[in-house]
Design a protein around this ligand. Structure first.
Ligand SMILES: Cc1ncc(COP(=O)(O)O)c(C=O)c1O
Length: 437
C-alpha cells in the first residue's frame, strides 16, 4: 500500500501539504519538549506545573469511586449532558463562592479540564487575524490554542501587582488605531502562571472598567486562586462583573488533574454556545469522573484538603526562595503568595533558553521565559515551579541552577572582550554535575 502514497509532502510526513493552515501554530511547546528530558529521575525538574497529587489521600478517591459504582453505576458509565451533571454544577457554585463569586448552576458548563474550556471559548470567538490581549508573560498552552485559531497575542506588561492598566489602555488604543479586531483579554489575575504575581483589587476594578468601556470581553482563568499561602487574594474579577467576564475554574490543582474536570461560568448567551461546542467536541464530559468528584465534594472535607495542599506548597515555596537567597542573591525573583510558580530574572548577558542544555547537564530543568511570550520576549527570565519536587529536591535544584548561572557568568567575565566565548554556547562543554564532582 505504501507505494501508492501521493508524491508530495516531505520525507518525514507525506501529508505535510495537507494540513489545515491553522496547524502552522501547532508546534510542540517548549514545556512539552522539556518533559521528555526532565522526567529522567536524576534530573530535578523545576519545569513542569504538576500538582503534588500524593498529598491527596488515595482512599478518599477510591471510596468515592466505589460509592458511585454501587449507587449509580449505569449512570456513571453512560453518556451524560453536554453541560455537565446538575449536582456537580451546584457544588461548583460552592467552590466559586470561596472566591467571592455568586452565580447560577445554569450558567456553569463542565469541561474536560479548564484547558478544554479555553479551547471551546477560542473556537467560539477567534477568527484568523483577531487579537487576544494577554499579560506578558502568559500561560503557554493558552497561547498555543489562540495561535491554532490563527489569532495574534498582544502582550501587556505587568509589575508585582499584575497587569498595568495604563499600558492596557495604550495597547487597546494602538490596536484599534491600526484597525485590529480585539476579541478578548485573557488574564490569570491570581497567582499568575508563570509570573507568580496577583492583580491588586484596585487594578481589577480599573481593568474591568477599561474593558467595559472598550467593549472587550474578559476571560478570567483562575486555576490557583484557592492555593494561597497567607492572606486570601482579592476576590475574582467575575465577582465584580458578570456580563463582561467568562470565568474558568478547575479541579486540577485543588483535587487532581487526572479527573480532567474544569468548568466555565459564562453569561447566558455565551454559555449556550459553549454547551453546543462542548457537545460537538466530546458529546458530554465524563459522567464517571463528574459523579466521583461530586461524591468526593459531598462526603470529604475538601476545604480541609485544600488547606493541606496550601501547606505543602507554602513549604516548597519557602524552600525555593530561601535557596535562591542563599545561592543566587544577586538575581531577582517574584515572591508569590500562592500558586505554583516563581519568575526569575537573569542578568541581561544570559539567555535562559540557550542556557537550558547546560542546566540539564547539571541535572536541573526549568522552563525558559521565552515559552511564555508569543513575541520572543522572556530571554532573560526563567519560570521555576515549586509544586512537585520536595523541599530537599528544590534546594538541590536551585544549587545546581546557581552553578550553571555562576559558571556562565564566570566564563563571560573570563573571556570578556576576547570574542572567544558566547555565554551560552554548549558545544564541546562537558562536565559532571557539580554536586557529583
Ligand atoms: C493558567 C492555566 N490555565 C489552565 C490550565 C489547564 O488546567 P486544566 O486543564 O488541568 O484544568 C493550567 C494548567 O496548568 C494553567 O496553569
Amino acid at each position: 500500500m505504501t507505494q501508492s502514497l501521493p508524491a508530495r509532502g516531505n520525507n518525514l510526513d507525506p501529508w505535510y501539504d495537507s494540513y489545515a493552515a491553522r496547524t502552522a501554530g501547532l508546534a510542540a511547546s517548549e514545556v512539552r519538549a522539556l518533559f521528555a528530558v526532565a522526567s529522567r529521575p536524576e534530573v530535578v525538574s523545576l519545569a513542569g506545573g504538576m500538582p503534588y497529587v500524593s498529598a491527596l489521600p488515595q482512599e478518599l478517591v477510591t471510596g468515592a469511586m466505589q460509592k458511585v459504582m454501587a449507587d449509580e453505576g449505569p449512570t456513571a458509565l453512560q453518556y451524560g449532558s453536554g453541560q455537565g451533571v446538575p449536582r456537580l454544577r451546584e457544588q461548583i457554585l460552592e467552590v466559586m463562592a470561596l472566591e467571592g463569586i455568586s452565580g447560577s448552576a445554569d450558567d456553569v458548563v463542565v469541561t474536560t479540564g479548564s484547558q478544554h474550556a479555553l479551547e471551546l471559548f477560542s473556537k467560539l470567538f477567534l477568527d484568523p487575524g483577531d487579537v487576544v490581549i494577554a499579560e506578558g508573560p502568559s500561560y503557554v498552552t493558552a497561547m498555543v490554542i489562540f495561535r491554532s485559531y490563527q489569532a495574534e497575542v498582544d502582550h501587556v506588561p505587568m509589575d508585582e501587582h499584575g497587569l498595568l492598566p495604563g499600558a492596557l489602555r495604550e495597547h487597546i488604543a494602538r490596536l484599534k488605531a491600526a484597525g485590529r479586531r480585539i476579541k478578548f483579554l485573557y488574564t490569570i489575575p491570581t497567582f499568575h502562571n508563570p509570573a507568580g504575581v496577583t492583580l491588586s483589587w484596585e487594578r481589577r476594578l480599573e481593568i474591568l472598567e477599561i474593558c467595559a468601556a472598550e467593549g472587550i470581553l474578559v476571560l478570567e482563568d483562575n486555576p490557583y486562586g484557592l492555593l494561597y499561602f497567607g492572606d486570601r487574594p482579592p476576590a475574582a474579577m467575575r465577582s465584580i462583573e458578570d456580563e463582561g467576564v467568562v470565568y474558568l475554574g478547575t479541579f486540577s490543582k485543588t483535587l487532581a488533574p487526572g479527573f480532567r474536570l474544569g468548568w466555565a461560568l459564562a453569561p447566558h448567551a455565551i454559555r449556550e454556545k459553549l454547551i453546543l461546542a462542548n457537545e460537538a467536541a466530546v458529546l458530554s464530559p465524563s459522567s464517571f469522573t463528574q459523579l466521583v468528584v461530586s461524591e468526593y465534594l459531598s462526603k470529604a472535607d475538601w476545604r480541609g484538603q485544600i488547606d493541606i495542599f496550601r501547606g505543602v506548597y507554602r513549604e516548597r515555596k519557602e524552600a525555593m526562595l530561601a535557596a535562591l537567597a542563599e545561592h543566587l542573591p544577586e538575581l531577582s525573583w517574584t515572591n508569590p503568595n500562592g500558586g505554583f510558580y516563581v519568575w526569575l530574572t537573569l542578568p541581561p548577558a544570559l539567555d535562559s533558553k540557550a542556557m537550558l542544555p547546560r542546566a540539564v547537564k547539571e541535572l536541573v530543568a526549568y522552563t525558559p521565559g521565552t515559552a511564555f511570550y508569543a513575541d520572543g520576549g522572556g530571554r532573560h527570565n526563567i519560570r521555576l515551579s515549586f509544586c512537585y519536587p520536595t523541599p530537599d529536591q528544590i534546594r538541590i535544584g536551585i544549587r545546581r541552577l546557581a552553578n550553571v548561572v555562576n559558571g556562565e557568568l564566570d566564563l563571560l567575565e573570563t573571556f570578556a572582550g576576547t570574542g572567544e566565548f558566547a555565554p551560552t554556547r554548549t558545544d564541546g562543554v562537558s562536565y559532571p554535575p557539580s554536586d557529583m564532582r
